[in-house]
Design a protein around this ligand. Structure first.
Ligand SMILES: [Zn+2]
Length: 179
């Protein structure tokens, strides 16, 4: 099992799958944990907060182990704020390297070597993204999916955060602690 983050798993471009970030189930949870902690402290605009909700939704406790990989091109990219959002995601990765928010992880400390390796691979995938790669329907489809959760829709609820981790929460709560 495990999870995989790809640039675009439907692309047939040669060599594109060499960039895939493959992680164990446990490794994926830690990887998403540190991104949620970092982005919770850095997101300012609506589109940036949407990215953090997208990541918070990558929750194996809800959706099951080995079910949460995604494609970079499926993230909620918006043509209108593409440059800003890409720079933001790179800052989130940098913040994770600087251990932003790690002091709130009371139950464990991430394995630095492993997480830095995963963050470097993820950075390469984000760096590869261009405005031309945006799939126009991705954002609206994702927003429509999230809005089906009605009163739990974090976007409609004004982007609530976890009080313990200061991370943006997904439909079913904080990706780190489920509160
Ligand atoms: Zn939490």
């Amino acid at each position: 099992m495990g999870n995989r983050i790809c640039f675009n798993s439907e692309s047939t471009q040669e060599g594109i799958r060499d960039l895939d970030l493959k992680m164990t189930n446990g490794g994926t949870s830690v990887f998403i944990n540190v991104l949620c902690l970092s982005g919770g402290r850095l997101a300012e605009t609506e589109s940036q907060k949407r990215f953090m909700v997208f990541l918070a939704e990558q929750n194996q406790e809800i959706y099951g182990n080995g079910t949460i990989g995604f494609d970079i091109v499926e993230m909620p990219w918006d043509k209108n704020s593409f440059g800003e959002d890409k720079a933001f995601m790179l800052r989130v990765i940098e913040g994770a390297r600087k251990k932003l928010g790690w002091e709130t992880l009371l139950r464990y400390t991430p394995n630095e070597e492993r997480i830095y390796d995963d963050l470097s691979k993820f950075q390469k995938l984000i760096e590869r993204m261009t405005a031309d790669d945006i799939i126009e329907a991705s954002l609206s489809e994702w927003l429509s999916d999230i809005s089906k959760s009605a009163e739990k829709d974090p976007i409609r609820c004004g982007f609530p955060k976890c009080k313990i981790h200061d991370a943006y929460i997904g439909v079913y709560g904080c990706q780190i602690c489920m509160e």
